[in-house]
Design a protein around this ligand. Structure first.
Ligand code: DQA
Length: 176
C-alpha cells in the first residue's frame, strides 16, 4: 500500500504566491501499471506522480501527492490540506467516486477548488460508474484520457493559480 506523501521544493518560490497543489489518489490506484491495463494503462502511480511533481517544479509550484486505500485517511488528508493552505486539489477518488458521501463532504467543508480525474471514461463503462458524488462540486472533470488527464488537470490548476493577485483573490478570467 502506498501511503507516502511526496513533495519537492521549487527553485525560486515567489513569496505568498507559490502555488501549492495536492494530488490525491483513491483506492487501488497503487496498483497502476498492472491493474486492468485495458482500462487504466501501463503507467505506474510513481510514473504519474514523478511527472506531476516535476511539472510543478518547472512552474515554481509545490506539488504533493498522496494515495490511500482507506476512506478515512483520504478524508484526513483533505482536512490537513486545508490546514496547510493547499490552493488546489487534483483528485481521482477511484472507487469512492461512486460511493463516498464522506469524502465529498470533506472537500465541500474545506472549499478547496478541485478537478476530478479518471483514467478511464467512466461514462463508457458499467452504469454504476456513471454517477459521481464529486462532479457537481468540481471545477471540472477529466475522464478517459489516461495518465494525461492528471497532467491536464495540473495545467489547469497552475494557470488558475497564476491568475491570483497578491492578496489571494482571483483576477476575472474569461472562459477557457
Ligand atoms: C477510476 C474509475 C473508477 O470507476 C474506478 O473505481 C477506479 C478508477 C479511473 O481512474 O478511471 O478505481 O477512477
Amino acid at each position: 500500500m502506498t501511503t507516502k506523501r511526496t513533495s519537492r521544493t521549487a527553485a525560486k518560490p515567489v513569496p505568498g504566491l507559490r502555488p501549492h497543489v495536492l494530488v490525491l489518489h483513491g483506492p487501488n490506484l497503487n496498483l497502476l501499471g498492472s491493474r486492468e491495463p485495458n482500462h487504466y494503462g501501463l503507467a505506474t502511480l510513481d510514473d504519474i506522480n514523478r511527472a506531476l511533481v516535476s511539472r510543478g517544479d518547472s512552474a515554481g509550484a509545490q506539488v504533493e501527492t498522496f494515495q490511500h486505500n482507506h476512506e478515512g485517511d483520504l478524508i484526513d488528508c483533505v482536512h490537513q490540506a486545508a490546514r496547510d493552505h493547499v490552493d488546489f486539489i487534483v483528485i481521482n477518488p477511484a472507487g469512492f467516486t461512486h460511493t463516498s458521501v464522506a469524502l465529498r463532504d470533506a472537500l465541500a467543508a474545506t472549499a478547496i477548488p478541485f478537478v476530478e480525474v479518471h483514467l478511464s471514461n467512466i461514462y463508457a463503462r458499467e452504469s454504476f460508474r456513471h454517477h459521481s458524488y464529486f462532479s457537481d462540486l468540481a471545477v471540472g472533470v477529466v475522464s478517459g484520457l489516461g495518465a494525461h488527464g492528471y497532467e491536464l488537470a495540473l495545467e489547469y490548476a497552475l494557470r488558475h493559480l497564476q491568475n491570483r493577485t497578491p492578496h489571494g483573490s482571483q483576477k476575472t478570467e474569461k472562459a477557457h
